[in-house]
Design a protein around this ligand. Structure first.
Ligand code: ADP
Ligand code: MG
Length: 229
């Protein structure tokens, strides 16, 4: 009986997920359909902006599908002993280039000695990039994005700090809800994905934010063999 209940719960979860992704993909589809129709009717002057919108919405539908798949796959990932700094060194050039294009400043302050963790490199890189992108998207061209690492007795911390708009208390409670987004082209799947990655790595994620001043996202990883929480 328990197996049967488990199976029903899984099926109903799949149903709920299918319903929400269907809804989310229909939005960009409706926009694309509307603008294609307009393209058929309107003069050539409007066409360029309509094409832009259609392409943006296609990209958004694609991003939703990609993020959703990563989230839904919630699979047992292979982890290997690895150094967080090695992964950071792989993604920092990408973040730096992105910040540069936005006219923002990027800084990294990595601690002197980094202990090994059990990591899935692909997932941790995805985590870092997602958090960094959120930070950059919260700032104008005067913003500063900073990544720090700290090596404590039992835990290793990764901090992603931005000087952006900040997040109100009410918003903070919804951050990890799938599809919660305040961005026109957001998916609302970035932070849910980050949370599931952190949980798969025996980690915790905390948000500290002051409205109008900025946000710090703190990810704590428990070192192998330690009792952290
Ligand atoms: P998306 O980035 O696609 O909107 P996320 O799950 O990554 O989805 O983030 C959800 C929402 O949380 C964002 O739309 C934004 O409102 C808020 N948010 C996330 N990170 C930050 C940040 N560093 N500063 C301000 N708001 C943030
Ligand atoms: Mg995001």
């Amino acid at each position: 009986l328990k197996d049967e209940v488990d199976r029903m719960e899984r099926l109903s979860l799949v149903g709920q997920m299918a319903a929400s992704i269907t809804h989310e993909i229909r939005n960009p589809m409706a926009v694309i359909r509307g603008f294609i129709q307009l393209l058929n009717e309107r003069s050539a002057v409007d066409q360029q902006s309509y094409f832009r919108i259609v392409l943006d919405e296609l990209d958004r539908a694609n991003a939703i599908i990609n993020d959703f798949l990563s989230l839904a796959q919630n699979r047992i990932v292979q982890k290997e002993s690895g150094n967080l700094h090695d992964l950071l060194n792989d993604v920092i050039p990408l973040i730096w280039a992105d910040a540069n294009m936005r006219g923002q400043v990027f800084e990294a302050k990595l601690c002197d000695n980094m202990d090994m963790l059990e990591l899935n490199s692909k997932e941790i890189k995805q985590l870092i990039l997602n958090l960094a992108r959120n930070g950059m998207e919260a700032m104008n061209d005067k913003g500063v994005l900073r990544i720090e690492t700290l090596n404590f007795e039992d835990t290793i911390q990764l901090r992603v700090i931005d000087s952006g708009v900040g997040i109100s208390k009410e918003k903070q409670e919804r951050l990890f809800e799938p599809f919660y987004t305040t961005k026109a082209n957001g998916t609302g799947l970035g932070l849910p994905l980050c949370l599931s990655i952190v949980e798969r790595h025996n980690g915790k994620i905390h948000v500290e934010s002051v409205l109008g001043q900025g946000t710090t996202i703190i990810v704590s990883f428990c070192k192998p063999g330690r009792n952290c929480w």
